[in-house]
Design a protein around this ligand. Structure first.
Ligand SMILES: Cc1ncc(COP(=O)(O)O)c(C=O)c1O
Length: 400
């Protein structure tokens, strides 16, 4: 779905020029999508939302009825999500947690810590002894587990399966489990294993990854004769920016996870997608300021740019977009118009890297027309370098 929903389209065409650019979120579309994802998953799969994808409070609240909790990856996210959806379960992940962040998470009563190293495990135990002496703190050990060559190659970002700073090395697994189970760190309670290994995988590949993580975790628990209650297999469900109407196959994924759970009747599986939950509900809408021809190619310069919507620059893709024609032209001089079959849409920044979408089939695009970039609901505004060049910030609208 690149084309904006009717509500989004109407708003974008109604906004005054100086009300653009604007992020417009369709919360009804988000709720429908999240309900579909939840329905495709077996009951024993918990769905957490990775808040890093988009932490707008309106989105966090809209997702609340469909998710079992939220994954947060910093003290900032922890405080923010705790305020936006108070009382909902939180899992605290991320490498390089500071003692102050861990203490804040303990004070907030965070249910689960995704521990990324032996050192972090000891820091957590030390702080827990002071701040939560009577309630053992739940721990999932995050591991950087092997990933098949095909999955590594098919992924857009790999956090595991190769040397990275994420999670514990499998070589430390026995030491970590022993520390948690031999009475050394009684403040902590081992709940299970966490492995977010790659982003951008399709459902069949993700099922394979989940199976291998669960098999590995089951063997680890059996070696130490401890119960494996939970395995979190992370997020990373593919969002196809080249074919935006094609969605991740949640139905196939849900069935694969159901088969896996059949073989492990005491296990709770958890997933923590970000991008594939919220990408589709957001649009970055703007106006064409100018159209020009340069060395035989047409360019349309729009209000705003990659300082607001960094996704295409970060991922090296063309952001899918729709043109919303505006028929009036207030000036007495001719309206700039694209004469060739394709137009490259750029922003206002003084860098050739400010590319939003290249070679878009938009013959006839004119200055004053509006453009809505789709799939802008995840890793868009919140990963952008807003202050570069000091252009005004976009507006924000939440519909539904
Ligand atoms: C630990 C962890 N969990 C979940 C996610 C969410 O991934 P995605 O937005 O690709 O689903 C990320 C993303 O980097 C992550 O690092």
């Amino acid at each position: 779905m690149t084309a904006p929903t009717r509500a989004v389209r109407d708003l974008v065409l109604d906004l005054p020029s100086d009300g653009l650019p604007a992020y417009v979120y369709d919360l009804t579309a988000l709720r429908e999508h999240a309900a579909g994802v939840r329905a495709a998953l077996p009951e024993r799969v918990e769905l957490y939302y990775a808040a890093k994808a988009n932490p707008e409070p309106e989105l966090l609240s809209a997702l609340s009825p469909y998710v079992d909790g939220y994954e947060v990856s910093s003290g900032g996210e922890l405080a923010h999500v705790g305020r936006a959806v108070p009382g909902r379960p939180l899992a605290f992940g991320g490498p390089g947690k500071t003692p102050a962040e861990i203490a804040a998470a303990l004070d907030l009563g965070v249910e689960r810590f995704h521990v990324e190293s032996l050192h972090e495990l000891r820091v957590l135990a030390d702080l827990a002894a002071d701040r939560a002496p009577d309630t053992p703190v739940g721990v999932l050990l995050r591991f950087n587990l092997p990933l098949s060559a095909a999955s590594l190659e098919g992924s857009s970002l790999a956090m595991g399966g190769r040397p990275t700073p994420f999670g514990l090395d499998p070589a430390d697994a026995d030491t970590a489990v022993a520390l948690l189970t031999d009475g050394t760190l009684p403040q902590l309670r081992l709940l299970g294993v966490h492995a977010h290994l790659a982003s951008g995988l399709e459902a069949e590949e993700q099922i394979g990854v989940a199976e291998s993580v669960v098999t590995w975790a089951t063997r680890l628990a059996a070696r130490h004769r401890v119960r494996l209650a939970e395995v979190n297999v992370g997020g990373g469900m593919h969002v196809d920016y080249t074919t935006p109407e094609r969605r991740y196959d949640w139905s196939t994924y849900g069935k694969g996870l159901a088969r896996l759970l059949d073989d492990h009747p005491d296990l709770t599986l958890r997933i923590e997608p970000g991008r594939a939950l919220t990408a589709y509900c957001g649009w970055y809408a703007t106006e064409v300021l100018d159209v020009k021809r340069s060395h035989g190619e047409d360019f349309a310069v729009v209000r705003g740019g990659t300082h607001h919507l960094r996704t295409p620059a970060a991922k090296g893709h063309d952001q899918p977009c729709s043109v919303l024609p505006v028929h009036s032209w207030p000036h007495p001089w001719p309206r700039p118009v694209a004469g060739s079959d394709t137009v490259t849409l750029t922003g206002q920044l003084c860098t050739p890297k400010d590319l939003l979408a290249r070679h878009v089939p938009a013959r006839g695009l004119r200055a004053g027309d509006r453009v809505a970039f789709g799939l802008a609901g995840a890793y868009a505004w919140n990963i952008s370098h807003h202050d570069f060049l000091m252009h005004p910030r976009p507006g924000f609208h939440f519909l539904g």
